[in-house]
Structures are given as C-alpha cells and as structure tokens.
Design a protein around this ligand. Sequence first.
Ligand code: NAD
Length: 477
Amino acid sequence: MTKTYLNTINGQLVGSDKTFESLNPATGESLGSVPISTQQQVSEAVAAARAAQPAWAAKPDAERKALMMKVAEVIKANAPYLTEWVTREQGKPLGGVGPDQVPGARFELWGCEVWTQVPASLDLPVEVAFEDETRRDEIHRKPYGVVAAIAPWNWPLLIAIWQIIPSIRAGNTVVIKPSEYTSIGTLELVRIISEVLPKGVVNTVSGTGEVGSFLVNDPGVDKIMFTGSGPTGAKIAEAAARRMIPTTLELGGNDAAIMLPDADPKAMAMGLFWGAFINMGQTCACAKRLYVHESIYEPTVQALKELAQAMPMGNGMDEGMVMGPIQNKMQYDKVVSLVDSAKKAGATIVCGGEAKGGPGYFYPLTLVTGLKDGDRLVDEEQFGPVLPIIKYSNVDDAIASANRLDAGLGASVWSSDVEKARAVAGRIQAGTVWINQHGMIHPMVPFGGIKGSGHGVEFGVEGLKSVTRAQVISVKK
Ligand code: NAD
C-alpha cells in the first residue's frame, strides 16, 4: 500500500473512498495515492472558502501582507522537500538557481517564493478617475470572492502559486484542483502553506477533469483561473458564461521565434536553446517554431545541435542531469506522433528523433529541418523536446508565418539591432514579444495570451487587478 496524500479543506486533511496512483515519469513507479474528491467534497471546499472570505478580505492590508510573507518563508523552509516532489512527480531535474544553473525543480521552488513575495508587496490603491469642482469619481478594487483554480502538470507548484497568491493577496479565497498527473506536490504545498493561513483561505480538491468540472460549475465560485489546454479552456469558458462569472484563461501557445539576418547564431544559441527546451519544451511559452533567415540558417542549426547533444538526460534526482523525461504517456505519444509525421513529410532529423525505450518517458532533444508552414509539427503545439527550424528569405514572410496560427501567447525576435527587432516585434500577434530572449517572464510584468491562447493576464499590478473587480464610488460635490 502506498501512502495517500490528502486534500486540505477548511484547514482539515481530507481523503476520499476512491484514489488513484501518481506515477514517477522517469521510472514508472508509484509515488503515492491521491484522493478523487467527490462532488460533495468539492461543494464543501467551496463552502469553506466562502465562509472564510469575508473575514480574510476584512483583515487590514498590512496583516494580510504579513501572513503572505510568512507563506513565502514556509515555502523557503520546505523547499528541499517540495523540490523533490517536483522532480519525482513532474520529472524536471533538480537543477539549481542562478543564471548559470539548469532551470529545474529548485528553480521552480525559488520561483514559488519570489512569486509570493512580489504580490505580497504590491498594493492596489484607490485611483481617482475624474475630479473637478462638481464631482469626484474613485475606482476601488474589490475581491471577487471565491476563486476556482485549475492547474496543469508542467510547472505544477509554480502555476499553483501564480493562481493562489494574487487571489488571496487581493482578499479572495481559493479552491485549487491540481492536474491529475502532478497532484501530490501541489497537495503538499497547500498543506504546508495552510499552516500559516486562516482555515478555509486555500483549499484543494483532486482528481481528473470531472472533479475540475464539479469545481468550475459550483454555484459558489465567483471567478475562474485556468491554465491548460485550449479545448478544456473552451469548456471552462462555457461553464463561466452560464453563470456570468469572469475567467483568466492561460491556454496553449505555438510561439514563433524569428532570427533576423543580422542575428549572431553562436552568441544567441544558448538563449534560443533554453527558450525552446526549458522543462523539455513542456512550457506554455516555449519557442515552438524557429524561423531563421537563410543567410544564417546553417550556423544556427549547427550551434543548436551542439548544445542539444551536450545536455545529459536522465532521472532528474541524479545531480547533474539537465533534461528529464516527458511528464506523461499522453504527451509522449503526441511527441512521437508529431516527429513521425515530420519524417513522413520528408523532414531531416538533425539530432534525436528516436525514442529511447523505457522505463520512463525519455525522448531525446530533437531538431527538425526541411519543414514548412502547414506541416503538423509546425502548426500543432508539440509541448515537448522537439523544435522545427524553418528557413525563410523575406522578413515579411516570417512575420506572416508567425501570425498565421490561432495562437498568440509569446514570440521572440533575435537581432543585433534592437530597434530593427522592435519594429518586427510590433507586428507580431502575441501577448508578449521578447527581443533576444524567449519566455523570460517576471513577477512584475503582465503575462497572458491573445487569440486561441486565452485572455486575461497574470503577474504584476495588472495580474492583481485581474482578481478584483472595479467599484466606482462617485461623489457629488
Ligand atoms: P488540460 O487542459 O488537459 O488539463 C488542465 C487541467 O484541467 C487539469 O487539472 C485537468 O484535470 C483539468 N480539466 C480537464 N477537463 C476539465 C473540465 N471539463 N473542467 C474543469 N477542469 C478540467 O491541459 P494539460 O494537458 O494539463 O496542460 C497542457 C496544456 O496547457 C498545453 O496546451 C499548454 O500549452 C497549456 N499550458 C498553458 C500555460 C499558460 O500559461 N498559457 C501554462 C501551462 C500549460
């Protein structure tokens, strides 16, 4: 019998009659059991959040901030324990923290700490929208009430923190459902942070999409934050529309990176590499299609190949690993199928391209050339360790390629001339366009998609506003 990890509901640890096993993607071994929450338990979690919310919102700002700094402290104190959960359950290597370190599970925990401290230090002061001798109109920010959060499996703790922390900073309470692929780390994170928060402020439920559906359809929910795939996002938007409640939807992306003719392939290779392959490419805002000008195409492919072949891949618990497994079979099969389709389309596999064989969902870092727009590996989000590198001769064509899909999360432009890159960046349809870097999110900088990548932003003051509603107080003078 494996240990069952429990949900936190109203400050109590709660199991369920039905459970499932969480598996280690590097070994296939069971890591423990996870409760499948019943609809009744979901209702109880939402009711607990509702009951806790008025007192939580009524706390003086300074007190809420201080409690949130305590949350950051307990995350730091428990980082070694939680880091191991991230590696064993999600698969990313332990790695390190700092500019020269592999961005793995230690980096994820460091991110959890920072993405707690920063919102804790932000304020939403009253804004004066208009004032003259006849009237004064103020905008006050009010919490929505209960936020339902649904998380994916790629950065299970960090994305949970992105959903939980701004919500509670603004005076909401939260019920979060982690992905069924990576539940234990998140259940443990919430159990630990709940020790310094009033009961009911943060609650968990666990299970598959059905449990997520119970949560987003619960009449006690006032706002939904969802990070995950487009099709699930659409179902959640429908549920929200029926009850007229707002959503923040962070959906998939298919970010284009464009290397302009004056880009330096050698100098930019490392940034491009991590832009594409952080977390084995299983990151919403990874570079997923690389468009390179014909004049620098060969040296760019060569520089990336050298890096890809030098990165040790294996069980992330072994210090020194840079790459781990793909997180789950569904995603592994998708990657295999997309690479097969590229081979059938006549592509050249520059490196990788052959599955290693079990145990574990290991797949080598793979670079593919000879594809064009319309091929599956270019048009579909691979969400894995495979990068198609597409040759172009005209910058206008590369911009048109970047914009032709129904995705608009991130993009990047690479050049030795920032002004030239900025002009191209302004023409790309994406929530964020990075110049000479890719995927470099920051807790003070709003982040979110357009088109099929969703709507609403997280992080910074804008992210905090998105978990509040505006109330206008209009005074006649
Ligand atoms: P998914 O949509 O399959 O699952 C996400 C979550 O939704 C899981 O917790 C799942 O149980 C839950 N869910 C499934 N059906 C539901 C329903 N009907 N109602 C409520 N909840 C339901 O996505 P995934 O496979 O976990 O994540 C991968 C996808 O997420 C990729 O497409 C990726 O690009 C995207 N993603 C986006 C971002 C971002 O910030 N934009 C970040 C990470 C991942």
